[in-house]
Design a protein around this ligand. Structure first.
Ligand code: 2BA
Length: 109
């Protein structure tokens, strides 16, 4: 048994949940926050047999799209003035960040 931890964008989470549950996978959805952008994203935890890992990753690839996001970061106008002017920074947020973790024991009661 493996645990797939997939961090995806909120906009893709609903479609991905539908696809995975319709294919018979058991999924838990967590509302999470990215440390860099400090905005919401979605983490799915999916327990699967090893031979299903590639199928799940393929489903994630089909649904989850890369997007550009612009954040506003303050920058000092001059080192010692203490005056900050916001300027936009564009980051590309990936379709998904996926961890596959070994599971020592799995019990459903
Ligand atoms: P955030 O931490 O909000 O990061 C959003 C995007 O900002 C990242 O997209 C990346 O393009 C950029 N970014 C993140 N940290 C950065 C930094 N220190 N300097 C410059 N740019 C940075 P992704 O890499 O696709 O990550 C999307 C989300 O997946 C992340 O949201 C975070 O919640 C999660 N994530 C990514 N890598 C992770 C890791 N190694 N461990 C845990 N969570 C991770």
């Amino acid at each position: 048994m493996k645990l797939i931890i997939a961090i995806v964008q909120d906009d893709d989470a609903g479609d991905l949940l539908d696809l995975l549950t319709e294919a018979g996978y058991r999924v838990t959805k967590l509302a999470t926050t990215g440390g860099f952008l400090k905005s919401g994203n979605t983490t799915l935890i999916i327990g699967v047999e090893e031979e299903k890992i590639n199928d799940v990753i393929k489903s994630i690839e089909v649904v989850c799209k890369k997007r550009k996001q612009v954040i506003t970061s303050p920058s000092p106008v001059a080192g010692s003035t203490g005056v900050y002017v916001p300027y936009p920074i564009e980051v590309e947020v990936g379709g998904a960040t996926i961890f596959v973790v070994d599971v020592d024991k799995f019990v459903r009661i």
